[in-house]
Ligand binder design. Structure first.
Ligand code: HDE
Length: 701
């Protein structure tokens, strides 16, 4: 039998019978069309005729081109790839795709934002979806996760309330792609179970630098099940090979205008360039007998298991190596469902998960217009499908034989899988209880884990969280909502509440009971998730102008490119600049078409001694100023150091004739003329690998 990878590829090829170059334009019925530029009319200036079947078919099809967008996670970007386990996981699950390191399982992943519509900007403050479809030999398995490990609510019955609150307000449909408005914060202030996910939302996790640099989490506690029917609780984690990195809020906002497709483009370009993003799949395993060993409930999706308490065990890796060919056919029509599980993976009674197991199938029926969406190429399993389901809109299979069970006329087929080891059997969990509509007491601590998140942040992360709360609540009109939210924050951390309150003009409640949650989990800080410190695929701008030392630029470019960075020369105009030696140097982009927010670092090469040429270009100066205040690495050589000096960054040490290479908070300078020294390049590379540099003093000009 061919491998799952081969079978997915065969399916894709079979699903592409349309070769536009194989012949002339036709109608949907295969009739060749003489031309498609004019309607059939009575005379040159007369009315259009009903009998113009080509015209009517073309317009009708166009009128029906759109399908409803997803009610949440409408905006997304997807890619294909593969997953391979490091070793057999038979010890805790029988899932076929987790057994053999030599078997690759094809995957399709869709990343998304949640609040905004399909056309909204990428770099909004929001949770990111991270949904993976594994086309395994035993059927499709969907791991429909997010880039936060916790969710905003505990019971799925609250989902419509939460989503209504965060979506644009019903009267004016404002704001798009943003949570900074009254209804969301009204809900938050009244529903303290939201607080943990809200802490994540106010942190830099909510503005990822790239989908490729984002962790993913299954959120719920699931179950692994072994061949002999033993269950183990499991939480899923995706860890990006490039480390987890974020933007700065000011930058993210500017990006929304400069390049609304920032994250989508980044994923697409990296895959096109052969820089295939990679994640490690890890699991936290909890034996069934330890179900009650924690001071929170494993079934509560607003809680995480600290990694320090239950380590994340790496079990495999996923690589995304192919962009879709057609956004609509693949990324838009992909249909995920939490209940798409395979033998060896099972659910828990987490009430959020239970609700999702209803909601995802239901939503696809309306979104994809009927029950046959699993026949779409992107959704088709590589495992054979034999059901007695029939008919319905868009049925594209031609079923043979009988359509009921039991039957004798069809030879009893398809027969029950019975005790076939590949058949799905549910874990025989014992459940017993009265029917009640009541939240479990074990779900009622809403403050200690938000406090743990806060306690675990680096000082700069805390500053960003406070600033985010001030921004969001500062946009809330109802002062009562601002005040009630601060009251909630007081129960998380009084210092956080006081800092937020100061910025939004509401008092801190004086009767607040002092709380002192001591929990910490260092793994929650971005500081702990930086990864290996590589500069692969980092975008570096080199600001050039007439008179630049072109030889120097070429040498540094080569050194950075050798480390995998993408380097572009920017100048006031496209075309070329004239180097100091008189030769033409090619410009990659004109400064007015780009901005610092689209790059990770900037390099200012030198030229003849005197005023550095870049310093006379306002776009270049703005570029450097923005890079500076967004904490981005800045490198400057020779006269280029003068550009940095012109900003007058208070207290930042720069190179002088006595100290050549100086690196201070990500500003790396060397006043020496000529080729950059190895020291300079090494310092600049390590500044870029560190991603951002906090606690920079302000500039004086
Ligand atoms: Fe979803 N969610 N969700 N969600 N969700 C959808 O399904 C829903 C939840 C997540 O790229 C919808 O096909 C309910 C948690 C992702 O196509 C819908 C509840 C997590 C995606 C839906 C939740 C997620 C969705 C909208 C509470 C992280 C995008 C369109 C009970 C673990 C998948 C669709 C893609 C999409 C319902 C909570 C992640 C309406 C009812 C928790 C990544 O069915």
């Amino acid at each position: 039998m061919s491998s799952p990878m081969d079978r997915k590829q065969e399916q894709r090829e079979a699903a592409h019978p349309v070769d536009p170059a194989s012949g002339p334009l036709t109608t949907d019925q295969g009739v060749a069309v003489d031309h498609t530029d004019d309607s059939l009319t009575v005379g040159e200036r007369g009315p259009t005729l009903m009998e113009d079947f080509h015209f009517r078919e073309k317009l009708t099809h166009f009128d029906h081109e759109r399908i409803p967008e997803r009610v949440v996670h409408a905006r997304g970007a997807g890619a294909y790839g593969y997953f391979e386990p490091y070793e057999s996981c038979a010890e805790f699950t029988r899932a076929a795709f987790l057994q053999d390191p030599s078997v690759r399982t094809p995957v399709f992943v869709r990343f998304s934002t949640v609040q905004g519509p399909r056309g909204s900007a990428d770099t909004v403050r929001d949770v990111r979806g991270f949904a993976t479809k594994f086309y395994t030999s035993e059927g499709n398995y969907d791991l429909v996760g997010n880039n936060f490990p916790v969710f905003f609510i505990q019971d799925g019955i609250k989902f419509p309330d939460f989503v209504h609150a965060v979506k644009p307000e019903p009267h004016n449909d404002i704001p798009t792609g943003a949570s900074a408005h009254d209804t969301l914060w009204d809900f938050v202030s009244l529903q303290p179970e939201t607080l943990h996910a809200i802490m994540w939302l106010m942190s830099d996790r909510a503005i990822p630098r790239s989908y490729r640099m984002m962790q993913g989490f299954g959120v719920h506690t699931f179950r692994f099940v072994t061949a002999d029917g033993r269950g183990t609780f499991v939480k899923f984690h995706w860890k990006p090979k490039l480390g987890t990195h974020s933007l700065v809020w000011d930058e993210a906002q500017e990006c929304q205008g400069r390049d609304p497709d920032f994250n989508r483009r980044d994923l697409w370009d990296a895959i096109e360039a052969g820089e295939f993003p990679e994640w490690e799949l890890g699991v936290q395993l909890v034996p069934e007998e330890d179900e009650f060993a924690f001071d929170f409930d494993l079934l509560d999706a607003t809680k995480l298991i600290p990694e320090e308490q239950v380590p994340v065990r790496p079990i495999g890796r996923m690589v995304l190596d192919r962009n879709p060919e057609n956004f609509f056919a693949e990324t838009e029509q992909v249909a995920f469902h939490t209940a798409n599980v395979v033998p060896g993976i099972d659910f828990t009674n987490d009430p959020l998960l239970q609700a999702r197991n209803f909601s995802y199938l239901d939503t696809q029926l309306i979104r994809l217009g009927g029950p046959n969406f699993s026949q779409l190429p992107v959704n088709r399993p590589v495992a054979p499908v034999r059901t007695n389901h029939r008919d319905g809109y868009h049925q594209s299979a031609i079923h043979r034989g009988t359509n009921y069970f039991p039957n004798s006329l069809g030879g009893g087929c398809p027969a029950h899988a019975g005790v076939d080891p590949h058949a799905y059997t549910h874990l025989a969990e014992r459940v017993d209880g009265a029917k009640i509509r009541r939240r479990s007491e074990s779900f009622k601590d809403h403050h200690s884990q938000p406090a743990m998140f806060w306690n675990s942040m680096a000082p700069w992360e805390k500053q960003h969280i406070v600033a985010a709360f001030r921004f969001e609540l500062g946009k809330v009109g109802a002062l009562s909502v601002r005040a009630r939210t601060v009251e909630q924050l007081t129960k998380v951390d009084p210092e956080l509440a006081a800092e937020v309150a100061k910025g939004i003009g509401v008092p801190v409640p004086s009767d607040a009971e002092p709380v002192a949650y001591k929990l910490t989990s260092p793994a929650l800080s971005l500081e702990a998730q930086r990864g290996p410190g590589s500069i692969r695929t980092r975008q570096i701008a080199v600001l050039v102008a007439d008179g630049v030392d072109a030889e120097q630029v070429t040498a540094v470019r080569e050194a950075l490119a050798a480390e995998g960075a993408i380097v572009e020369a920017l100048a006031a105009q496209d075309g070329t600049v004239r180097g100091a030696d008189g030769a033409e140097y090619t410009v990659d982009r004109a400064l007015p078409t780009v901005a610092s927010v689209l790059y990770d670092a900037v390099l200012l090469p030198g030229g003849p001694v005197g005023t550095p040429p870049q310093a006379t270009d306002p776009d270049a100066m703005r570029f450097v100023r923005d890079a500076y205040r967004h904490g981005k690495p800045i490198g400057a050589l020779g006269s280029g150091v003068g550009v940095v000096a012109a900003l007058r960054p208070e207290g930042v040490r720069l190179s002088s004739e006595f100290h050549h290479v100086v690196a201070d908070r990500g500003v790396v300078t060397d006043t020496a003329q000529g080729t950059a020294s190895e020291d300079f390049t090494r310092e600049f590379v390590s500044a870029i690998a560190a991603h951002r540099h906090w606690n920079r003093p302000p500039t004086r000009s």
